[in-house]
Design a protein around this ligand. Structure first.
Ligand code: AKG
Length: 387
């Protein structure tokens, strides 16, 4: 008789833990021991930022103008994306405004909404997100607020709001599924609830990674996590999702290279800090190679289609200079830094200057026979006729 094998669980809860360790032990736990996502409880009850609300911030940040991201709600007639298509930030619309404009949009009665600053985006049809904002840029006029965030309670006493990023969104605002190339991540939920869906790095092949839209340090997934296309991405079915809904006062630990899709369940405010890790020096090299290749190739491709050459760049990248020369410099720096750290780790004295990487050496490496062979194999697999 066939042995009964219990089906693999595809959805797992994330542990919510009270941990009583010293700052030093906690830091070691986060950097070296914890291998899965975890919610720390009761760590930030003394943070002043737990009192922040969209209304209080609309007053404290009244002179700050920033960019808000609007995306059609799935239930709205404005939702114009193909079924099961992963909605990226490049699919959204953007508008500058104040946190006062956001608060007004959030609380106004719908009949008055056309007259508001964000009136172009009715609340019933759109979600709105002030995402990925460096706190030090937002809180220029009230720098003391930056100290309302202090990661000492998690073992990182030198990290405050200065090294943190701010996110405030309406219900249904979201960040598409991606992983961050560098560091691990600590997320503090300050207001409202936010849903996190996470997948381990070992399951990358199930998530169909893409570098388009391109953002240095983020690798996106082609899968629409909310409504996956199982025909197009049959392997996604094998993925195990870790799920948690964060509430005010929770701290989520996201281990390095874990995929995550994030959605505000209701109006929500959170802050996070990415903590550098030793292995980041290597990741910087891979990121620099990607950056050196993607720009010339993608620019050439978009010229033919005569479309907006920026459309494939994620919004945060659009002001960057991605010239080949700049990218080569960036790659050279990443290689130097890696060698330097290796020498330090091995207690070697730096005796001679590093060898500079020339453009021809880079090009020859990229088109070397083994690399070309690997690409050919991948392309053959991609284009194999379906039987
Ligand atoms: O909160 C969000 O919407 C996304 C946060 C995120 O991607 C991160 O902290 O790495």
């Amino acid at each position: 008789m066939a042995e009964h094998v219990a089906p693999k669980k595809r959805k797992l809860d994330i542990d919510r833990v009270h941990i009583n360790l010293s700052q030093k032990e906690l830091q070691r736990y986060i950097l070296e021991i914890a291998k899965e996502p975890l919610v720390f409880l009761d760590k930030i009850s003394d943070w002043g930022s737990l009192a922040w609300t969209p209304e209080s911030l609309s007053k404290q940040l009244s002179n700050v103008r920033t960019r808000f991201r609007f995306c059609p709600r799935i239930s709205s007639s404005e939702y114009c994306f193909p079924a099961k298509h992963a909605v990226m930030e490049t699919d959204c619309q953007f508008m500058e405004g104040t946190f006062g404009d956001f608060h007004e949009w959030l609380t106004c009665d719908e009949a008055k909404s056309p007259n508001l600053a964000f009136g172009k985006f009715p609340r019933k049809d759109y979600s709105c997100y002030a995402d990925y904002k460096y706190m030090k840029d937002l809180f220029v006029e009230c720098p003391s607020k930056v100290q309302d965030i202090n990661w000492a309670c998690l073992g990182f006493p030198t990290r405050t709001g200065e090294q943190s990023t701010f996110w405030m969104g309406s219900d249904e605002s979201f960040t598409p599924c991606h992983y961050d190339s560098y560091g691990c991540n600590l997320v503090a939920q300050l207001y409202g609830k936010k849903k996190w869906l996470l997948f381990p790095p070992t399951q990358s092949e199930y998530l169909h990674p893409t570098r388009i839209p391109y953002e240095e340090s983020s690798v996106f997934s082609l899968v629409n996590i909310r409504d996956p296309d199982h025909e197009k991405f049959p392997n996604f079915e094998h993925a195990t999702c870790y799920e948690v809904i964060l509430e005010p006062g929770d701290i989520l630990f996201v281990p390095k290279h874990w995929w995550h899709y994030v959605e505000c369940v209701e109006t929500a405010i959170s802050v996070n800090t990415w903590i550098e890790m030793n292995t980041d020096n290597y990741d910087r090299i891979e990121e620099a190679i990607t950056r050196t290749l993607i720009n010339p190739l993608k620019l050439e491709e978009t010229k033919v289609g005569a479309c907006d050459q920026n459309v494939w760049l994620n919004p945060s990248m659009r002001k960057e200079n991605l010239s080949f020369h700049e990218s080569m410099n960036y790659l050279g720096q990443a290689l130097r830094l890696y060698h330097l750290e290796q020498m330090k780790a091995n207690n070697e004295v730096e005796q001679q200057e590093n060898k500079e990487l020339g453009a021809d050496e880079f090009i020859n490496t990229v088109v070397s026979t083994d690399v070309i062979r690997m690409i050919a194999q991948k392309l053959l697999k991609l284009t194999k006729p379906m039987r």
